[in-house]
Design a protein. Sequence first.
Lengths: 111, 114
Amino acid sequence: NAGVTQTPKFRILKIGQSMTLQCAQDMNHNYMYWYRQDPGMGLKLIYYSVGAGITDKGEVPNGYNVSRSTTEDFPLRLELAAPSQTSVYFCASSYSAETQYFGPGTRLLVL
Amino acid sequence: KNQVEQSPQSLIILEGKNCTLQCNYTVSPFSNLRWYKQDTGRGPVSLTIMTFSENTKSNGRYTATLDADTKQSSLHITASQLSDSASYICVVRYRNNAGNMLTFGGGTRLMVKP
């Protein structure tokens, strides 16, 4: 199993640009999550999904959108990038609401 | 406000020494507490999970304790190795109207030197 994969690894965006962070898992997990981690801070939950077709807001959803059309994929969309969205983004998945498996992260810089 | 605070923020120890990391939380109602290890540039990896009734749980050289009365947890690392250099994150799960939620601590950055 590849586990949780994320692309790209690193991206630089200009203010106002849009992009999609990709996340995929091949473990047939129902639950998937998007977190952001700012330097020296804890992870904050952006959005999560408990199954295909179901998504819910987390702690910091503003400026982001997600979709879950398949069990495997959980893309995160930034429509109008802002400097405040400069962060490292982690995707995670879990079979139940317990042990989460994290991807390697996407480092995003908005200038 | 549900919070998880970790101390120290950073720690440097010599290889072979022991260390203890602290996690205090105000999260309620408590479901469980998990310690993660996050290597630089990687995603977190789960070390231990503790429920309300568990006081101590070990995973190799890692031993986690939980005092649900004082809302404190610790992670003790025995005979540290260079590969223990990482950030250690305490995560507390609780329930609210939206269901199960997670609150992450800011982490303790551990550096093990030869």
